[in-house]
Structures are given as C-alpha cells and as structure tokens.
Design a protein. Structure first.
Length: 410
C-alpha cells in the first residue's frame, strides 16, 4: 500500500487507506494535525468511507480508539512524494480465502475447465455447455481469472497450463475429484473451532474426529484422492518391487484407495497384497484392484490397524499417510507392531508430509484441527520413531509432490 502526499490528507484505519478530501477544515486541522477535528469531520463523511471494499465499520469508532494515522504534507515537502507503508493485502486475501476454494469447487462441479478444453471460450458458450446462467458463468470465470486459473482477453477465456493439466477431465492428470474429499463439510467444520483446538493442543479424543472408528470420510477419501497419489505410488513401487520372478508379500496398512499395493502388484505378477483398513473403505480398494486386474492377488484384513492381527512373513509394509494422525509415542509403538510383522531384511515404506527442520508446515494445522495429537513430523523425528521401533538404514526419497518417502529395514 502506498501513502501519497497530496493536497488532501490520507487517513489509514485498520490497515485501509482512504483519501480525505479538502472538506476537512484546514483552520482546525493544521499541518501539525488535529485528531479531534478529523474525527468530527469523519462523522460527516463516514458513509462514503464505509463503502470502501471490506473496510471495517464504524470507522469513527476505530479512529476514537486511536487506531489511525493521518497527516497533511508539510510546506517544504514535495507534494508528489511517496512513502511506502505496510500492506494489508495478505490479511484480506486470507480472510477471503474461503471464496477461492468455493469458486474452484463450483467450476469443477459445473465442468467449466472441461468446457473450455472442449472449445467454449465466451461466457455464453461456457454457460450453454455447463447448463448455467451466462451472468453466473461470467462472474465465476472473471474471478478464476483473478486467481490465475483462467486467462481472459477481449471477452474470451482460456485455460492456463495448470488448469488444463489438473482441472480438465480431458487430462490424464485430472485432480478434480480431490475436491470432493478436501472440501467435505466435516473437514471444513474442523476449522470452525480452531481457536479451542489451539487452546487445548488438538481436538477431544472422543467424538467425531478424523481418527474416530470407521469415520465415513475415509470412504470418500478412497474414492476421490487416488489421482493425487499416482506419482508416489509409482515411486514406491520402483523402490520395493522385486523382479517378477520373485515372490513378494506386501502389507498395505490404511490402504484407502489401495493404489500403493495395486501398483506394486502390477509391477510384480507374483506379488501378494494384504490390505488393512475399515471394511467400507476396503470395498472401494477391492473395486480398484478388480479394475486393475490384480484382484486375484489382493486380500483384505478389515478392522482397526492398531488392533487387527497382521500376521507375519511380509517382505514389505506400506505405512502411507498414516503416522501424521497420531502423537510420536503412538507412532513408535505402532511401528514396533509393523516391525514384528516383517521378515528379517524386510522393508517398511513411510509416506508423509515432511516439513523442514524449523517445522514450517501448513499441514500441521490440519492435524491440529482434526486429531487429538497428530502432527507433521520432520525427517529427524520420523527417523527417531523408526529407529526406536527397531528399524535401521533409514533413508529419505524426494517426490515431485509435497510428500517424502522414507525407507527403512528390519
């Protein structure tokens, strides 16, 4: 935000600037400034100021609390000089962030990006293709253009590289299904009482949280989030899948959509996958295994991963997107159970959102709002958990996604 010294004063209230015109009585508001005179005059021009987009009201009350800065140029100053002051843009962008996700979800629901990929360019053509009003589509597409998901020129819209790649159903990398899970009412609702979660350090252990028994959100996760995991699934298979001439027994814990085990089974025709998750979730994984034509080598163990008997003799155990839901001692104890299920020389694969050593992470907030003790663990913390469980040779493997693979051996 730039404070420009002109013949009019500039008043900054709660981060917003608005020029106050020469109706301010100069006899009462001298070069040294008179707060009382300014406030008196503000009462007369408060309504126009209220109309500044997003400006808090009432302004006069804010000024009376001395949360303002105002000045007139000094006689010796260049009237066109400028002074840089802090911008409140990041504050209001964050407060309005809910509009971004709502706009994106509407565009996905209406298949706006796919319509553009099919050749529709104007609001009228897109509206006809999507079965929506021209006015609504125009306003939505204009908004999407402001956040970089579309480009508009001479009244015509076009996809940018990111929206063409990830948001058109014509693309093999389509990620639109993820919105069904990420924007579920239950997940958004976790943040309605974030203040209390901050106070207590998490949510109550009992109740409808992300790790509650048989929470139905994980069925939606299994149906919606698989496309996001494709790069990680192939990277994991590359690390652990033996040649097809060798048998491979794989334990896929919290299997969800089943993609990680399924991808290994596709790489190795002698691989046998044992998937653990809640029964309704495993039903989705079995659908995916059948579609991938590996269902004859795909078994399930329904139930709580902490309680179900894994058995023994596994060559590989997959612990993907699981540990972050729990506190560190719980993770270590669980990894001991995994250790016991592996053959000597067996490998455990951990897939996690791993922040830097300073723990700068957005994902941790998701765990704070939805779990009693979950967190995003650094590599050093995950390595400690694995080592305390008995594993050795811990290594990290970067991905072209926000996650990291950790590999360790028994």
């Amino acid at each position: 935000m730039i404070l420009v010294a002109t013949k009019s004063a500039v008043i900054i209230v709660a981060g917003y600037s608005h020029p106050v015109d020469d109706r301010l009585p100069r006899s009462r508001a001298t070069h040294k400034g008179s707060a009382r005179a300014a406030i008196s005059r503000l009462r007369q021009i408060e309504d126009p100021l209220r109309r500044v987009n997003g400006c808090p009201a009432p302004l006069v009350a804010r000024c009376q609390q001395a949360r303002y800065t105002w000045r007139f140029p000094q006689p010796q100053e260049d009237l066109m000089s400028t002074q840089t002051v802090p911008s409140a843009e990041v504050v209001f962008d964050t407060l309005f962030a809910y509009q971004r996700s709502a706009a994106l979800k509407s565009a996905i629901d209406l298949e706006v990006f796919t319509a553009l990929d099919d050749g529709a360019r104007t609001a009228s053509a897109i509206a006809k293709r999507c079965g929506a009003s021209e006015r609504g589509v125009r306003i939505l597409c204009d908004y999407l253009s402001t956040i970089g998901l579309l480009r508009k020129s001479d009244g015509a819209y076009q996809l940018v590289v990111e929206s063409a790649t990830f948001l058109s159903k014509r693309s093999p990398a389509y990620l639109g299904t993820t919105a069904r899970f990420l924007l579920r009412r239950e997940l958004k609702g976790n943040f309605d009482d974030l203040t209390e979660a901050v106070r207590r350090g998490g949510v109550a252990p009992s109740g409808d949280n992300a790790v509650a028994d048989e929470n139905p959100i994980w069925v939606e996760f299994a149906r919606s989030m698989m496309p996001m995991m494709v790069p990680a699934a192939h990277a994991i298979a590359e690390l652990v899948a033996k040649p097809s001439t060798q048998a491979l027994k794989v334990l896929d814990i919290a299997a969800g959509h089943g993609l990680f085990g399924i991808t290994i089974a596709q790489r190795n025709v002698r691989a046998e996958i044992v998937a653990v998750d809640w029964k309704p979730v495993l039903a989705v994984a079995e659908e995916h295994a059948a579609a991938a034509q590996v269902h004859d080598r795909y078994r399930t163990l329904p139930g709580d991963a902490f309680k179900v008997d894994f058995g023994t003799g596994y060559d590989v155990a997959l612990v993907t997107n699981f540990l972050h839901h729990f506190d560190a001692p719980t993770c270590t104890n669980f990894l001991k159970k995994v250790y016991a299920a592996l053959e000597p020389g067996g490998k455990v694969v951990v897939l996690e959102f791993v922040p830097n050593d300073d723990r700068v992470s957005r994902f941790s907030l998701t765990m704070l709002a939805g779990t009693p003790g979950g967190d995003a663990y650094t590599f050093a913390e995950l390595r400690r958990q694995l080592q305390d469980a008995g594993f050795g040779n811990v290594s990290a493997h970067a991905l072209p996604t926000p996650e990291t693979i950790l590999l360790a051996e028994k």
